[in-house]
Every structure is written in structure tokens, then in C-alpha cells.
Design a protein around this ligand. Structure first.
Ligand SMILES: [Zn+2]
Length: 117
């Protein structure tokens, strides 16, 4: 994913969050400091998770493309791309994000790996 696409996705979600918080504030004029903080954290955590997953996915695919032939850590032979695999991870604040990684298999020894990243 290119930088402009990443930023466009984040801007879109940021706008939604800003609007939602303003809306929430209008509906909760007597909210306490703690309640406001909780609401803002909850909303921002969605943006945080999206930025984290987009960035991690973008660097993983860039590394595979940059490395002209990723080699097997076991025997040093070239890996053959075997498509993509998904992994689910939890962010520090407990949101599920999905990482999509290219997956390779060594033709020499059969070792299957995700490239570094
Ligand atoms: Zn190997």
C-alpha cells in the first residue's frame, strides 16, 4: 500500500472519530472528565489499531519485494512464494488486528517461513 493510500484511509477514519466525539459530547453535556477521557480513548483506539495494522502489513510486503529472493534461514536456498497467510494479533489495548504476510517455502529443505518483519 502506498503512502497516499495509507494517509487517505487514516484521514477518513480520523474525521469520523472527531465527528463522533463532538456528537457524543453534545449528547453528554454533563460528562465527567473521566467519562470524556474514556470515550476519546475508546474511539482513538480504533484509529490506533488501523494505523498499526496498515503500517505492519505495508512494511511486511515491502520487505518481501525489496529482498530479491528471500533465502531460507536453515540452508540458504531461495524461497518460493506460497501465497499469503493471515495472523491475528492483539494490540496493547486489546484490539484484534489482522496481519497478512507473504509466506514462502524452501525448495531445498521444505522449511516454510514468513519473511522477517
Ligand atoms: Zn532450506
Amino acid at each position: 500500500m502506498k503512502r497516499k493510500q495509507l494517509q487517505a484511509g487514516w484521514s477518513g477514519l480520523s474525521e469520523e472519530i472527531l465527528e463522533a466525539v463532538a456528537q457524543w459530547r453534545a449528547e453528554h453535556p454533563k460528562a465527567t472528565m473521566r467519562e470524556i477521557e474514556g470515550e476519546i480513548d475508546r474511539r482513538l483506539s480504533a484509529l490506533r489499531a488501523k494505523m498499526l495494522s496498515d503500517t505492519a502489513n505495508a512494511s511486511a510486503s515491502a520487505e518481501w519485494e525489496a529482498a530479491d529472493g528471500v533465502v531460507c534461514p536453515e540452508c540458504g536456498a531461495k524461497l518460493v512464494k506460497k501465497g499469503k497467510k493471515k495472523r491475528e494479533l492483539l494490540t496493547r489495548d486489546g484490539r484484534k488486528i489482522e496481519l497478512v504476510r507473504d509466506y514462502g517455502v524452501c525448495v531445498a529443505c521444505g522449511q516454510g517461513i514468513f519473511p522477517p518483519g
